[in-house]
Design a protein around this ligand. Structure first.
Ligand SMILES: [Zn+2]
Length: 393
């Protein structure tokens, strides 16, 4: 009898362990649920101009609408895609090759939100767009850096313009980063080096993207090396026309992209380019273009440098724990170096490295390290000596 009881208790315990484990498994699989509607990005061939349609399920948005003469082409293209409503329309900046066909688009579709920068052009093209907007009693939403918008589960964030007054209209370009699961696209309009620098200053860590719509049709005014390095794309798309009078794309930019090993796509030689993202993989014409690496490189950033307080805050931007043993933190001006001990920085967690009198998570030493009277950048290296992050104070 005692034995039977014992067997019963053991069976009950095994049952409880399995049912708990099963419960956990279900919870985990539910939290990983992703929308099964793929995101499509259509770089419409509008010659020497830009027009990009983004579609996810029954929600769509349009970034630019080609030249004046492209109005019908863009409208037809959208209709063929069974679109009757655009959740967002972005006119990146008031040049004809971006907003030319926008009046036709606004006239022909139901529009929810129009995003345009605080810039004007004294052209009939620009007036036509304003007329179409007012005819539909729409208002213009000014882009605000950091604002994000939902497109059926995908999201785009405004990264530029960061300023109010630019000598070039191109620098007013609305720059957006579109994120679909682990895939991302950066649309830069015609933003030039000045705007690129401002994005680097304000939101460098958001720039990394799988696909870059190359700025200003591949002109040397844009895609500066620092910017390209921060975006670090796998693929780039250039929207331009064969034999255009500007010589776009410029050979310097083609060389810069080639040197970086970026796959290039061009509307001038390939026509309309369609990419599809399921949140993990981006496909191009049914060909696998880019697959999200399941084991992403460790991403640790310096999120704050308090030189007076002698506190450096680092953040693990990935969800994986990262052991920092052998990593180094450098105070550039004093050329002082801190070598990390065996320390696991949890996924998405922060840690402080303190010097002087402070007691942080990690202690550099009792000496003050940071130069308060002049510039003293902080640079973080991984154990292989690769620069992981630089914080310019
Ligand atoms: Zn342009």
């Amino acid at each position: 009898m005692r034995n039977i009881k014992r067997i019963f208790v053991v069976i009950l315990a095994i049952y409880m362990i399995f049912s708990l484990a099963g419960c956990e498994y279900i919870m985990e699989s539910e939290s990983k649920a992703v929308t099964n509607e793929n995101l499509e990005v259509h770089f419409i061939d509008v010659g020497q101009a830009d027009s990009i349609l983004i579609k996810k399920g029954n929600e769509s948005m349009l970034i630019d609408a080609g030249n004046n003469a492209d109005g019908d082409l863009v409208v037809n293209y959208l209709q063929k895609q069974n679109i009757n409503k655009l959740k967002y329309v972005i006119g990146t900046h008031p040049h004809e090759d971006h907003i030319g066909g926008l009046d036709d688009v606004i006239d022909n579709f139901e529009i929810e939100k129009v995003i345009m920068p605080n810039a004007i052009a004294t052209t009939k093209t620009f007036e036509d767009v304003l007329d179409s907007i007012s005819k539909k009693s729409l208002s213009i939403t000014k882009p605000k850096v950091g604002n994000s918008y939902d497109l059926n589960g995908a999201e785009f964030i405004i990264l530029a313009p960061n300023g109010e007054n630019y000598s070039s209209l191109n620098d007013y370009s609305v720059v957006v980063k579109l994120i679909n699961g682990n895939n991302s696209f950066l649309f830069t309009g015609d933003a030039e080096e000045l705007s690129e620098k401002e994005i680097l200053t304000n939101n460098k860590r958001l720039l990394k993207s799988d696909v870059l719509k190359v700025g200003h049709h591949g002109s040397v005014t844009s895609t500066s090396q620092d910017f390209l390095d921060a975006v670090d794309p796998s693929a780039a798309v250039i929207s331009s026309e064969t034999g255009n009078s500007y010589g776009h794309p410029h050979k310097e930019i083609l060389e810069r992209l080639t040197k970086k090993g970026v796959d290039m796509y061009r509307t001038d030689s390939q026509g309309t380019i369609i990419m599809e993202s399921d949140g993990k993989t981006i496909n191009f014409n049914d060909k696998e273009l880019f697959t999200y690496d399941a084991s992403p490189k460790p991403q640790v950033i310096i999120s704050e440098l308090d030189k007076v307080g002698e506190i450096v805050t680092i953040k693990n931007d990935s969800s994986e724990d990262i052991n920092l043993e052998g990593w180094r933190l450098l105070s550039v001006t004093g050329n002082q170096e801190y070598i990390f001990p065996d320390y696991a920085l949890k996924g998405n967690a922060t840690a402080t490295i303190t010097s002087g009198e402070r007691q942080g998570d990690l202690i550099w030493g009792s000496e003050n390290i940071w130069n308060n009277s002049k510039s003293d950048p902080a640079v973080l290296y991984d154990k292989d000596g690769n620069e992981v992050f630089r914080f310019d104070d």
